[in-house]
Design a protein around this ligand. Structure first.
Ligand code: GDP
Ligand code: MN
Length: 380
């Protein structure tokens, strides 16, 4: 789960990372009032979960509360990379002397978190990685020992940070590490971390991604989830504990188990089709959960055929069949349904489905080919 800039920065601040004074606003008059409180000169920042807001015009400097109000009206009407802006952050404006980058993520090749620093702050780190990879400095963090002061100092030295900022930098690096670790983040990033004209280090931008599998340990953060940034299908799927990812193909897939779901999608691709989604109903799903999965799939207008691939172990074929039938009848869908159902209670499940006019398949290959043929027929 991605956190908005204002959410990330408030987490960072709890760990001693200095951030500009500021508050979030949903309407222009509120922005004006915040700007007045902050002394007039402010930055108005669109809160959307995409990078490069600055370039897209979503970050503007206002010299007066009046201007902050006007810019807020303008920015709240914007769409940035397909995301509607619903909130703006009003931050005190600071004069920047230098922008640097500081971030932590998991390094899968080193098998541990890695802190990255770069003197090339302000632009996207992926761009620095492409153009000047030698400008990104990395230190591996032992998760048991945590970030050591000497490691942060090494980064400061390698980035040519003037000596008078080292102490502050080490405090910030440590704060960022603790924010990362204690919140089960997979990314914590300050870009830019700036040196201001009045000789402070400040986190001007903030980004955090929290591991979804650890959200149950962070109820305060999971409540902050921004449902506007997800497709309705994804919101619905979470409610029922289904793993669902929307894709842009035309064959809806309902499968039990992530590995089987991947294999199913691979086979659809192999035979020339394209999956409309990844959906794992998990093990032992009851009829209601199966039905909600199918409802989500059928609500996607791109879906021209549905492939149901169930290999029952703790999942029972009869439960799956009941779920499919109830969602299918309710949706009054004409979309062809291809079913491959084997394993626990498969006979009972297949018997329940006999009158439903579904296409039955014996093997996964058979099912994939039938689904592709049905989808082609449907798009003619
Ligand atoms: P991003 O484009 O989505 O990464 O948004 P950022 O929050 O990183 O802002 C982009 C750029 O706007 C920064 O790199 C700064 O150059 C500039 N910026 C942001 N806040 C301020 C500010 O308070 N004062 C000044 N002068 N520039 C700012
Ligand atoms: Mn940024």
């Amino acid at each position: 789960m991605k956190l908005h800039e204002y959410q990330s920065k408030s987490v960072f601040a709890k760990y001693g990372v200095p951030i500009p004074k500021g508050r979030v606003a949903g309407i222009a008059s509120e922005a004006k009032q915040i700007a007045e409180e902050l002394g007039g000169r402010v930055v108005v920042k669109a809160q959307v979960l995409v990078g490069g807001r600055g370039k897209a015009g979503g970050i503007r400097l206002a010299k007066s509360p009046q201007e902050a109000e006007e810019l807020t009206t303008h920015i709240l009407a914007m769409n940035i990379k397909g995301m509607k802006v619903r909130k703006v952050l009003i931050d005190e404006a600071v004069t920047i002397v230098k922008e640097i980058y500081l971030g932590i993520t998991n390094d899968r090749t080193r098998h541990c978190p890695v802190m990255m620093g770069s003197s090339e702050g302000g632009m996207e780190i992926e761009e620095v990685a492409r153009k000047n990879p030698e400008k990104i400095l990395k230190v591996a963090i032992d998760p048991l020992l945590g970030l050591r002061d000497y490691q942060a100092r090494d980064l400061a030295v390698s980035m040519d940070l003037p000596k008078e900022y080292w102490k502050m930098f080490i405090t910030i690096a440590n704060g960022l590490w603790r924010a990362y670790q204690e919140n089960d983040a997979t990314l914590a990033e300050i870009n830019p971390l700036v040196i201001t004209a009045d000789n402070r280090l400040l986190a001007l931008d903030g980004k955090m991604v929290i591991d979804d599998n650890a959200l149950y340990r962070h109820s305060d953060l999971s409540e902050a989830r921004d449902q506007d940034e997800e497709t309705p299908g994804e919101v619905e799927a979470r409610k029922y504990g289904l793993s669902f990812i929307k894709l842009d193909g035309e064959i809806g897939c309902m499968v039990n188990g992530a590995g089987l779901a991947m294999a199913t999608m691979d086979l659809i691709k192999f035979y020339g089709g394209s999956p409309a989604n990844f959906l794992d109903i998990g093990g032992g799903a009851a009829a209601e959960k199966v039905a909600s999965g199918l409802r989500i799939i059928l609500s996607d207008p791109n879906v021209k055929a549905v492939l149901i691939n169930i290999f029952g172990g703790i999942t029972r074929g009869d439960e799956v069949a009941r779920g499919i039938l109830s969602a299918h009848q309710e949706a009054k869908s004409k979309v062809p349904m291809i079913v491959r159902l084997v394993g626990t209670n498969a006979e009972e499940g297949l018997r329940l489905l006999t009158n439903a006019n579904f296409v039955m398949a014996d093997t996964l290959v058979d099912a994939a080919q039938k689904a592709i043929a049905a989808a082609r027929e449907g798009t003619k």
